[in-house]
Write a protein that binds this ligand. Structure first.
Ligand code: DX5
Ligand code: ZN
Length: 217
């Protein structure tokens, strides 16, 4: 099943509730919350208090993407603030196995994210301990960038390895996903699509999400 996780990164935060209401009304399967620290990525976004507020009012699954250095330092706080899924980066300097276990022990679902230049096979050792792998299709840090096709080969390699071992895992793709590029990543084997600017700028976000959710033939 294809799931859509709209990113709120490019929302107008003075009226965030309007965006969140709209995304829920349009049937978003999850809400993708991008957390940046100005260190792991050259940008600073939103953090714990915003997540807490969203969690109080909205029942949708909260898909938190940590783009922060040494993420193990903040796992407990993000889980307590309402994160249902916590993605952390392979490149961010935390012990991978320990961080996966820590996320699970805090009651959230662990996901491992890789940047465009990171090889797909680095996640293979962890596939049976993860709920999801996040393949970045832009350099993390900013919304509105162009999709990088390098993601497709990596998605297919991870899907093939998971199927070979009988592991049912979500593969999420994040960055530059729109009406056109969603077809490439679905064909490659991704089943959780993050889309920020494409959905927030759309005149008809509901139809766009329905289109993105359709299985490819
Ligand atoms: C980028 C973030 C993305 C971003 C996607 O670092 O991880 O989630 O919001 O935005 P679009 O869909 O505009 O590329
Ligand atoms: Zn993201």
């Amino acid at each position: 099943m294809i799931k859509i996780s709209p990113s709120i990164l490019t929302a107008d935060f003075t009226v965030l509730n309007r965006t969140l209401d709209m995304l829920e009304d349009c049937g978003a399967d999850m809400l993708h919350i991008d957390v940046m620290d100005g260190l792991f990525v050259p940008n600073i976004s939103i953090g714990l208090p915003v997540l807490e507020s969203i969690n109080k009012t909205y029942k949708t699954v909260l898909d938190v993407h940590l783009m922060i250095d040494r993420p193990h330092r903040y796992i407990e706080q993000f889980a307590a603030a309402g994160a249902d899924i916590i993605s952390f980066h392979y490149e961010a300097g935390s012990d991978i196995g320990e961080t996966i276990d820590f996320i699970r022990s805090c009651g959230a679902k662990p996901a491992l994210a890789i940047k465009p230049a990171t090889a797909a096979n680095v996640v293979f050792d962890y596939l049976d301990r993860l709920d999801m792998v996040l393949v970045m299709s832009v350099e993390p840090g900013f919304g509105g960038q162009s999709y990088m096709p390098v993601a497709e080969g990596k998605i297919s390699a991870i899907r093939a390895e998971a199927e070979r071992r009988g592991i049912d895992i979500d593969i999420e793709v994040d960055g530059g996903i729109d009406k056109t590029t969603c077809e490439y990543v679905k064909a490659a084997g991704a089943n959780v699509l993050v889309a920020g600017s494409a959905i927030l700028k759309s005149d008809d976000p509901k139809s766009l999400m329905e289109h993105m959710r359709r299985e490819c033939r």
